[in-house]
Design a protein around this ligand. Sequence first.
Ligand code: OXD
Ligand code: MN
Length: 596
Amino acid sequence: MRSKPESIKETSAVTENVALLRWIDESARLTKPDSIHWCDGSQGEYDSFIHQMLKDGSLVELNQRSRPNCYLHRSHPNDVARTENLTFICTQEKETAGPNNNWMSPPAAKERVGKLFDGCMRGRRMYVIPYLMGSAGSPYSKVGIQLTDSLYVAASMHIMARVGNVALAHLGTSEDFVPGLHSVGDLSPDRRSILHFPEEKLIWSIGSGYGGNALLGKKCFALRIASYLAMREGWMAEHMLVIGLEDPSGQVTYLAGAFPSASGKTNLAMMVSGMEREGYKVWTVGDDIAWLHIDEEGQLRAINPEAGFFGVAPATSDATNPVAMETIRRNTIYTNVALTPSGEPWWEGIGSDPPEGLIDWKGRTWSKFEGKAAHPNSRFTAPASQCPSISPHREDPRGVPISAILWGSRRSTVVPLVMQAFDWQHGVFLGSGMGAETTAAATGVVGIVRRDPMAMLPFCGYNMADYFAHWLKIGRQLKKPPLIFRVNWFRRDPDGHFLWPGYGENIRVLKWILDRVRGTGKAKETALGYLPAPGAIDTEGLALVPGAMEELTSVDKAGWLNGVKEMEKFYNQFGERLPGEIWDEHRKLKERLERL
Ligand code: OXD
Ligand code: MN
């Protein structure tokens, strides 16, 4: 066996994995930290990180009586969301990354960004974070190693992934890990880059401490790198929640749902069912990412690779998501929320008026003339284990069997409350053409409609034409493919009021989906797919405006024909590479609409 590299010898390295030690050595030589700390993932270590951050001012202690172990972090004001324009897929061929990604060649990227990493950790400590995505002992779990100079990132990784020896034990002497080098650099967007090298399973991120840019296990590994690996290896890495829907007989049916960032995945994943008394209950498996595999029987199964929730705070309240409110009552790091004089976190839509003396997310006394007190993309980071609705099967090594897949996004017009695809191919087409209104989770204009296929536009680590082909191929391998549905809780009337109450009442839509899975739900066949037959969704007790259900379950011919044009523009970017099946479905939809 070869010996450990020189610079690692003085650190308390806890592994003999030579490939890992070499890479850390190389990274340390490049970034030149003053010292190296190996994370063991223990509670004592987490507590010491918190203690250090309280001392250096990067955390503020919240009211420890009402919020034990809860802290507030205020980020640099220009580092508050994912920066898609600074995110790159670096593959040998530009075509492998596709028109859906920013691209740099690996040598050019390393040359350009290597200069930024050179010496960037001088005067700082490097934290080595071995982490496991997925539960210990699952054949689907994968190991990442993140190097970072940010304590906030190291502490957040403790919550979001399984950190320390559990990951090193899973890895053993294997070279099968995803290395991720991260530095906050000088936090300037001019020197910020989030680079992915899927062909060598490598991540480089510099210049941001923000979750999606800096907690490398999440978007960088579990979606961008993993989606590429999944395409090569025959599985799927998706931007999906996973829930178990329990019926009155106690049987649980699992659904996976892809919704763009900040479009209600956490609320749906933790939904307190409006039909709980009738025996319908939602169990949370995951709220953001699913890794899906085909088992020996040809059944699609999902694991949640994450260990925590990195949720959007604004609009989370006892009315919209009481389970999240309970989950974030302890052991939670809040980022960029406002602070009340009694040391409580506060945000717009929390369900109480802003108190006198509120401090805004930048740390200044807030006045109502100065805009929002909490940043619209302010977040909470909390362990999944303390979520009251957490599924007892969340850590099952084989994952849970998926019976239905949902596509959902914010669309104030055009898209019905729910519709079912005719079959897998049609469902893949509906996902591939999904339009979504943009949100504050990424920098840029909020509320414009863009194509966000399968909610993966910012996260697909390769050419989306190949990604659609991969989805089609997976369908052909499944014995009984999950049914696919498009849902939209966000339809509004011309005055801007929501037509559907949403939140816990979405259970009524999920119940129709469950009925369809079981072959009992009533539907009408339309140009778009199967829409609920009149009365098939129970609306008793809801204060809907007259005509709302008709509006929510009808086909907007002009709106969809416009959508068809938008899809065509989007698909054209992929040229010959776009699978013929997608064009076939596109043509068939257009013809069905024109016949109306
Ligand atoms: C997230 C996102 O943070 O999608 O989950 O941006
Ligand atoms: Mn997300």
